[in-house]
Design a protein around this ligand. Structure first.
Ligand code: SF4
Length: 404
């Protein structure tokens, strides 16, 4: 038996959590979780990484599987409660690892049941405090959790509240996964049977594919039967269009894909989604076709389209969009814009959205309009974090500001 002490963290586990070993470029340079001690947060290890860590400790792979089941199927964050694991191993695990959810900063609950949490990320020494948002949207037949993958975002989409805060840092795998665990625990659901979270969407703060390695490991934990065990159709990665990473995702994991399209032509998309200047619509659509090529016939891509009054909501835009999509297995999701302070955009009127939707449908494009949710709370993504952070900044300068 190994007698490694807490400072001798299994090297492979540390590498796996940090996502080392991939050399693709900036998006593959994972953010090592800023732990306060030498113990590794198990939310950051997918099954193969955890098994490898156990092997380094001289423990059998099935022990790693048991630990995962305790964490993700029973909601346990205390090794002492893992009753089918011997006391000696439980104690060794507690010296190597920790199961550490994020800290709640603030919660808003809408009258429609939507919940928005601001969660504090672990703070590296000498670095500013960082927070992210996680949102739960209950519906009749499902519960969707919208999670963040970066603190802030560098993509600078002009209609986005998160973009206004700029980019702070990538989230580690542990920080991404722990949002789901935290939400399930907070909502009080049964981790095993009647799940309150049936769907997870990477549509919170950040561009998930710009934090590729950490997001990929998080996806594996979400989809793994020993992890959250979610169905591949119920875990959606939404991207603004990092074409090379759409191809990587297609090759690496089977998950649903959404594209933040928001405009039917390059001239307009260049203004709304600046990454379009690097990967224009034609290249993006080709990547979408490559994604669909390897999938079964039930798979489709969701094109997200925020409705901005007088900008992208005219009949000619709808016709152009229908032409762009053509016969692709796709659905368009029209999103009424959620205004936030300092934005120059306005939400399209309901009748304008309906007209847009009618044109798409008439041309055979599957179209839905997202119900506006959480209008009585800070509904725009990143808006609440912005408020909390500016409150914190103002506190530092001695001016207390009340958060509504
Ligand atoms: S819309 Fe998404 S990709 Fe664009 S700036 Fe906001 S968070 Fe980033």
């Amino acid at each position: 038996m190994s007698t490694k002490g807490p400072s001798e963290v299994p090297a492979e586990a540390a590498r796996a959590e940090a996502g080392d070993g991939m050399t693709l470029g900036a998006a593959d340079a994972p953010q090592r979780e800023a732990v306060s001690g030498p113990r590794i947060n198990l939310f950051g290890l997918d099954r193969s990484a955890l098994r490898a860590a156990f092997a380094e400790m001289g423990e059998a792979a099935y022990r790693a599987d048991q630990v995962m089941l305790w964490i993700y199927r029973r909601g346990v964050d205390d090794f002492a409660a893992m009753s089918n694991i011997g006391k000696a191993l439980r104690e060794r695990l507690a010296t190597h690892f920790v199961i550490r959810p994020p800290q709640l900063v603030t919660e808003q609950v809408s009258t429609d049941g939507t919940r928005k949490w601001v969660l504090r990320l672990e703070q590296a020494e000498g670095k500013p405090e960082t927070a992210i948002e996680t949102v739960y949207i209950p519906e009749t037949n499902r519960g969707t959790l919208c999670i963040s993958s970066q603190a802030g975002c560098a993509m600078d989409c002009s209609f986005c509240s998160t973009a206004q805060q700029g980019f702070s840092r990538n989230m580690s795998t542990a920080e991404i996964v722990a949002q789901v665990w935290f939400a399930a625990k907070t909502l009080g659901g049964d981790f095993q049977n009647e799940r309150v979270i049936s769907n997870v969407v990477f549509m919170g703060m950040g561009e998930p594919l710009a934090n590729y390695a950490n997001v990929l490991a998080a996806l594996r934990i979400l989809l793994d039967d020993f992890g959250f065990g979610l169905s591949k159709r119920r875990v959606t990665v939404s991207t603004s269009g990092l074409v090379p990473y759409i191809d990587r995702l297609t090759a690496d994991v089977d998950s649903a894909l959404a594209i933040s399209l928001h405009a039917p032509n390059d001239a307009l998309r260049d203004q709304l989604v600046p990454i379009n200047r690097k990967y224009p619509i034609a290249e993006l659509m080709d990547a979408c076709r490559r994604y669909l090529a390897g999938k079964d016939r039930k798979t489709h891509i969701v094109f997200e389209y925020v409705m901005l009054a007088g900008i992208n909501d005219q009949p000619e835009h709808a016709r152009e969009l229908a032409k762009l999509i053509g016969s692709m297995a796709a659905k368009v999701n029209l999103i009424p814009f959620n205004p936030f302070p300092q934005t120059r955009y306005k939400r399209s009127a309901p009748e304008v959205i309906e007209r847009f939707s009618d044109i798409l449908r008439a041309k055979g494009v599957l179209t839905t309009t997202r119900r506006t949710r959480g209008d009585d709370i800070d509904a725009a993504c990143g808006q609440l974090v912005g408020k909390v952070q500016s409150r914190q900044k103002q506190r530092l300068s001695g001016i207390p500001v009340k958060l509504q």
